[in-house]
Ligand binder design. Sequence first.
Ligand SMILES: NC(=O)c1ccc[n+]([C@@H]2O[C@H](COP(=O)([O-])OP(=O)(O)OC[C@H]3O[C@@H](n4cnc5c(N)ncnc54)[C@H](OP(=O)(O)O)[C@@H]3O)[C@@H](O)[C@H]2O)c1
Length: 344
Amino acid sequence: MEVVNRYVATRHHIEGAPTEADFEVKEETARWAPDSGEVLVRNLYLSIDPYQLNRMKRSSASHLAVDGILPGQRIAAYAAGEVVASACEEYKVGDVVAGVLGWEDYTLFKPSPAVLMSKVADADAAGFPLSHHISVLGTSGMTAYGGLFEVGKPVKGEKVFVSAASGSVGSLVGQFAKLAGCYVVGCAGTTAKVDLLKDKLGFDDAFNYKEEPDLKSALKRYFPDGIDIYFENVGGEMLEAALANMNTYGRVALSGVISEYTGGGRRAVPDLLEVIYKRITIRGFFAWDFLPRFAEFNAVIGGWVRDGKVQVLEDVSDGLESVPSAFAALFRGQNVGKKLVKLA
Ligand SMILES: NC(=O)c1ccc[n+]([C@@H]2O[C@H](COP(=O)([O-])OP(=O)(O)OC[C@H]3O[C@@H](n4cnc5c(N)ncnc54)[C@H](OP(=O)(O)O)[C@@H]3O)[C@@H](O)[C@H]2O)c1
């Protein structure tokens, strides 16, 4: 079987903020054969994630964990799709899967323990929309849940600060922390996002960081008794300001530093004496750390979504051609919730 596969590729390594002109849509023929052991998937929803920018750089610490992306080549990405041909007992034509596929119309994969893939029907007796399987029930949910509960270890009554709080991960972290009985403040880059956090997502308070000339004193205002847990998505000055307002034995769950990915903002220069004398723990982590507990986390998160205790924000663009603008939007603050691209 042969299909024409359109895929999004970078034109060159990207070192600054991405723009649409950094990408192109290319075409190839994808060939599946009955004796190949491979599965051919027609992709339906693509996940658009900030970490991909670090893969697109010539060199980045992220390449220690995930392969870099070479110009002109297809880009592996989390996605959901439908099996259209299979040379493997485990997968049947018509199965719907979610896992590492690609920013492309079709992906061929060979099942192995090293390939992250799950069958949606097995995981989803509740009939959630397919998009949820690459947002709240995908890596965003896993990052938010694992980062908050395994790294932040919230205790009822503790005070939690979340940056990029209206985004995919941040919007879930804030809601999960509320369910854990914490006091939660988030920040975001527009008034509309701030209103959403307070009015729809149940944050105790929220502010627009772009309107705050001094982040340290802003956080002092929102946390007069200090911060116990900082869920870090942004980096730079935000991290410095949060550390200056942390309580003794505070925990920083270091999920991402998006302001530092583009080279546009300055890197955080944390006051390490503060870290020492306040005995602050700063722990980096990534979603894959929690892979062995994926089903366990999703059982809890899925229950919360089903019961209406967690609102899922998804921001969907249409068509493969929209991948470059959808990706660039993350770094311009133009998305609300999980950025996805719907194909077909
Ligand atoms: N460790 C992991 O495994 C893992 C997994 C997923 C995501 N992450 C990290 O989590 C963070 C959020 O990812 P996401 O997928 O949920 O994306 P997202 O928050 O849905 O989208 C990115 C948001 O970041 C904010 N932002 C962009 N540039 C910024 C800047 N220079 N300064 C401050 N805020 C900026 C924007 O919102 P504003 O309106 O607030 O500016 C934008 O909407 C990223 O750092 C990402 O790398 C980590």
